[in-house]
Write a protein of this length. Structure first.
Length: 381
């Protein structure tokens, strides 16, 4: 079997009733049963705090850094643990210089967490926020390369657009930034875990992913990759557990020095005893499935739906221009009124984002789910 061989459906690992057709992973993924169990066990540890010793404040976070590093293609040392994408992006913004007259590049309708921080930074510094317009043919990369110039201080981009999965070729953007000298910040919330990420080719300054979607993690957990050139940077908080020898709880002296690596960017109280074991469980399962195989499996599922939707006269993004795990479906005359409610009534869960019906399956979806989606779509036409 090749590394890219698709996986069969994994619904048994989740607790999804037969009547539920959940095609909405880009909204919020269901937890694996094992992840929920890990979370429960973690929460229950605080029933017996006398069993929690100082090294326990560090061990799960360390395991997560290593597992996340395998997903990102980085070392454990380059990973910080954050509570949200916006937290990681704020840390990135704090450490990247921008001057008056320079510009910061984002996509039109980019997710707000990767927009507000740059809009605010531009306002405060006198920099210009440049928004790449949505391309009619789905080719964001061309628009980015046209608007990126020697004055671009930061390109803050996703791997695929959250509304319809249209792709950004981050390696090409990085290549251009190497020539112009700008920084690259990437939001992988809608791609990490479902799509291969090539760290060597993309080399972001910072990369963040909230874990509650394609990483199948609990809400309020996330990962921040920090390139070693920023490891001496200025964290948002001044977390105590990232200090040298912080594990020596009996030593009450202040420590100015941080442990080396990205851990200085960790959120305070990083040893979240309930959430971290759950996140670790989810990441381990993703590693076991292998991201190239997840990607291949989800590509099959979206391709089947795309073919059927096209046959109904609906517009779907060219497969070369969209992330394999995403499908944005558009109607020639705009989304019909009541479409989302109609799906909801049939217990088929998808999202409306802008003018697109967003369909985002995962390994818990069966062939029957795909048929149900098409059936409901047809019944509305
Ligand atoms: C592209 C993208 N980034 C980030 C997030 C979540 O951001 P945060 O963790 O700041 O709430 C989402 C949620 O939908 C998203 O689609």
């Amino acid at each position: 079997m090749t590394a890219q061989a698709p996986l069969t459906n994994q619904r048994d690992l989740f607790q999804i009733p037969d009547e539920i057709c959940y095609l909405n992973c880009a909204y919020i993924s269901p937890l694996l049963k094992s992840t929920a169990e890990a979370g429960k066990r973690g929460m229950e540890r605080k029933l017996r705090p006398w069993e929690i010793s100082p090294p326990d404040f560090f061990s799960t976070a360390q395991q997560i850094r290593a597992t996340a590093g395998s997903l990102l293609g980085s070392t454990a040392n380059e990973v910080a643990i954050v509570p949200s994408a916006s937290y990681g992006l704020a840390a990135a913004a704090r450490n990247l210089p921008v001057h008056k007259g320079q510009n910061i590049l984002v996509l039109a309708e980019q997710y707000p967490s990767n927009y507000y921080v740059w809009e605010s930074m531009a306002r405060k510094t006198g920099a210009i926020l440049r928004s790449v317009p949505r391309p009619a043919d789905g080719d964001w990369t061309r628009g980015i390369l046209e608007m990126l110039d020697n004055d671009t201080a930061i390109a803050a981009l996703p791997h695929c657009h959250w509304s319809d999965g249209t792709l950004v070729d981050l390696a090409r953007v990085r290549h251009r930034l190497d020539q112009t000298g700008g920084a690259l910040v990437v939001d992988l919330t809608q791609s990490l875990g479902a799509m291969v990420f090539d760290l060597d080719a993309i080399r972001p300054d910072f990369a963040v992913a909230a874990a509650y979607k394609w990483l199948l993690g609990p809400y309020a957990t996330g990962l921040l990759y920090v390139d070693p050139r920023h490891h001496d940077g200025d964290p948002l908080e001044l977390p105590i557990f990232s200090r040298k020898n912080a594990v020596q709880f009996s030593d009450i002296s202040y420590r100015n020095e941080f442990e080396p690596g990205a851990c200085r960017f960790d959120v305070g109280e990083v040893a979240n005893f309930a959430l971290l074991p759950a996140l670790h469980d989810a990441l381990l399962q993703i590693l076991e499935w292998q991201v190239p195989r997840i990607q291949a499996s989800l590509a099959e599922r979206t391709a089947i739906i795309a073919t059927e939707a096209s046959a109904l006269g609906l517009e779907v993004v060219d497969p070369m221009r969209r992330a394999p795990h995403f499908l944005g479906i558009r109607f020639p005359n705009g989304l019909p009124v009541g479409l989302a409610e109609h799906f909801h009534e049939q217990q088929v869960y998808v999202s409306v984002r802008g003018d697109a019906l967003r369909v985002t399956p995962h390994l818990y979806n069966t062939e029957d789910d795909q048929k149900r989606f098409i059936h409901v779509l047809r019944s509305f036409m």
